[in-house]
Design a protein around this ligand. Structure first.
Ligand SMILES: Nc1ncnc2c1ncn2[C@@H]1O[C@H](COP(=O)(O)OP(=O)(O)OP(=O)(O)O)[C@@H](O)[C@H]1O
Ligand SMILES: [Mg+2]
Length: 266
């Protein structure tokens, strides 16, 4: 069958990864917190990162958005490419400009500013200014509670409401890749439901996402791919349903399936 050059190029761009991480390592001074991390995401992928406290999940996310490369004692090695552009040499601002936004662990909002001012802080780049009204409307449609409370000071809001503001702030920059660190940690069960409903909407809009989630079942039901991190590296990766929960738990704790079977029988 005849295939034109433009067909070939379209096919190549469809199948080429939107994010490619190659042999990434990150250091706090002498401490190498992550190493030998390689992964590829296709457009629309939802990647869950699973791992115990201290496994290096946040360090990986911080590396992706340039926060480990701002001088001082932290640094990274390896290559991060997003839509063919090298991110590992860019400042955090330029990485937001390239279309990558982080909802950080602990939210990091401006506690004394209003909901609206926090949202506007996510749209500080020149390219975001023309779309501010439309983006605000999008965030308020996603989180109607924020529309009613747009003038409220963030420190007076519940943890779940603050998480909505943090997510909304990230969306204000029209990201193509959104990264969530500890999406539901510390929230009430009802609020976790609410946040995940909105997460599903964000995913359904075609946004590529990475999510760190403590709740294993929740993580596996929300993602189409996962990696398990242990002591700074990826020890298991796969797709939910293709790998048993036992194998995932064993990777999480660093015990092999054989060890577990031995312990159970002996
Ligand atoms: N600011 C820092 N200075 C020095 N070491 C750090 C710093 N932040 C993290 N580390 C170390 O880097 C390693 C990875 O930490 P990281 O926060 O990435 O793990 P995590 O998987 O996100 O853990 P948690 O589930 O507790 O959030 C740990 O050994 C941690 O002690
Ligand atoms: Mg963390």
């Amino acid at each position: 069958m005849y295939t034109s050059a433009s067909d070939l190029m379209a096919a190549a761009s469809l199948s080429s990864p939107v994010l490619r991480v190659t042999s990434l390592a990150a250091y706090y001074g002498e401490l190498r917190a992550i190493y030998d991390i390689s992964l590829e995401l296709q457009r629309g992928d939802v990647l869950a990162i699973i791992g115990a406290n201290g496994a290096g999940k946040s360090t990986l996310l911080r590396s992706l958005v340039g926060l480990m490369n701002q001088g001082g004692k932290t640094r990274t090695r390896g290559v991060i490419e997003f839509e063919g552009q090298r991110l590992d040499k860019l400042t955090p601002d330029r990485i937001v400009d390239a279309g990558v936004a982080l909802v950080p662990e602990g939210r990091r909002l401006f506690a004394r500013l209003s909901v609206e001012d926090n949202l506007l802080a996510g749209a500080y780049l020149p390219r975001c200014r023309p779309t501010i009204p439309a983006k605000l409307e999008e965030v308020f449609t996603l989180f109607p509670a924020l529309r009613e409370r747009r003038r409220q000071v963030v420190s007076e809001m519940s943890g779940g409401e603050q998480q909505m503001v943090a997510i909304g702030r990230a969306l204000m920059s029209s990201p193509k890749l959104v990264i969530f660190d500890e999406l539901s940690l510390g929230l009430s069960p009802a609020m976790v439901e609410e946040i995940y409903k909105n997460f599903a909407r964000i995913v359904a809009s075609g946004t590529t996402t990475i999510v760190v989630e403590q709740d294993l079942k929740r993580a596996l039901s929300a993602c189409n791919r996962f990696v398990v991190m242990l002591e700074g590296s990826i020890v298991l990766e796969g797709r939910p349903g293709e790998v048993s929960e036992d194998a995932i738990t064993a990777a999480y704790f660093g015990t092999t399936a054989a060890h577990k079977a031995g312990a159970a029988h002996g």
